[in-house]
Design a protein around this ligand. Structure first.
Ligand SMILES: C[S@@+](CC[C@H](N)C(=O)[O-])C[C@H]1O[C@@H](n2cnc3c(N)ncnc32)[C@H](O)[C@@H]1O
Length: 321
């Protein structure tokens, strides 16, 4: 991403970059120390900013003369405060024109970045790779989806946004982990079924959210998983006995072969992931096309930047005014 930002910046005579959601500052350091861009690295988390500064100290040994090129700020951007924060930062450091960028800027952070780009006259270029579509907001005056007028009448639910984060292209590369994930989906479905059967929940209830379990310890067998999941849900771990869990597992896996049907269903759902992601990205593209006024230097594009086997969120949006 560094070379791409460098090219966009140089082509547009921009020397200053805002890296929003800079995290530990890997991209910020590359832009500053390798490409001599003046970088303001902003992150909402003090822990991330401190980590970034620590890495800067290590990296600076080879780039002593470039220390002044990077500046870290901790600020949590929201749609309400984003413009004010940027303006106050710009008053402290005056810039002629800016490029705003974000690498794996999660959920609404990416859409906020797009809006800042269209609303602030001194931000002349944008380079953005999003991620975590399940954190997108869908309501309010500045929703994360949809942004564009073109897709105004479309809605995506939280399940669809979760699916957009899937990376089916990785399955072949990570065969064992993928097969394990299928088994875990089967565990989850069977648990739900047993909870309904035992009257622990009703079939019409919203599916309970179990949250993260320990991948090694809690998935050792279905009876172990059941206990861990019930505990996590604040229920009696013995509400389903280990014998019962083992018997149901044996029946539904080996006799009814329900696990195979779940695998087919899961595969079909997950294959829709890239389609939904395209939809989200197309919405962002259309928003920029609709909002940035025509000019000889206006350009909006989306292109694959990384190998999607290494980094599934690999599509970058590049725009200039
Ligand atoms: C997935 S990480 C990416 C970090 C970095 N860009 C990288 O690629 O290594 C997203 C970062 O955005 C920050 N972040 C998320 N929402 C934010 C917000 N509203 N304002 C500022 N930072 C935010 C998080 O603290 C986190 O460090």
């Amino acid at each position: 991403m560094g070379p791409l930002i460098d090219k966009v910046a140089k082509d547009n005579h921009i020397g200053h970059v805002i890296d929003l959601g800079a995290g530990q500052g890997y991209l910020s350091r590359t832009m500053a120390f390798q490409y001599d861009l003046q970088v303001m690295a902003i992150d909402g988390s003090e822990v991330q900013t401190c980590g970034a500064k620590r890495f800067d100290t290590m990296a600076i040994k080879g780039f002593k003369d470039k220390e002044h090129l990077i500046h870290h700020v901790t600020d949590l951007f929201t749609p309400e405060n984003a413009t004010d924060i940027l303006q106050s930062l710009q008053q402290q450091h005056t810039h002629p024109s800016l490029l705003i960028c974000g690498l794996h800027a999660c959920g609404d952070l990416s859409t906020m970045m797009l809006r800042l780009f269209t609303q602030q006259s001194d931000i002349q270029a944008l380079v953005n790779v999003g991620c975590c579509y399940h954190f997108l907001s869908h309501q309010g005056p500045s929703p994360g989806f949809p942004m564009s007028r073109t897709l105004q009448s479309f809605q995506l639910g939280s399940t669809a946004c979760m699916l957009a984060c899937q990376a089916p292209s990785r399955w072949l590369d990570q065969k064992e982990a993928s097969i394990k994930a299928y088994e875990h989906h089967f565990f989850r479905c069977l648990l739900q079924w047993m909870m309904i059967e035992k009257g622990l929940i009703s079939a019409t209830d919203k599916a309970p959210i179990i949250g993260r379990l320990n991948k090694k310890r809690d998935f050792d067998s279905f009876p172990i998983y059941v206990k861990a999941a019930l505990t996590r849900l604040g229920m009696d771990p013995n509400a389903i006995s280990s014998d019962d869990a083992a018997a149901q597992y044996h029946h539904y896996k080996h006799t009814a072969q329900v696990d195979k049907r779940i695998a087919v269903l899961w595969t079909l759902r997950a294959l829709l992931g890239p389609v939904i992601e395209s939809f989200i990205l197309m919405d962002r593209y259309m928003y920029l096309e609709e909002t940035v006024p025509p000019s000889p230097t206006k350009s909006v594009s989306i292109l694959p930047l990384f190998d999607d086997l290494v980094s599934p969120r690999n599509m970058v949006i590049v725009a200039t005014k």
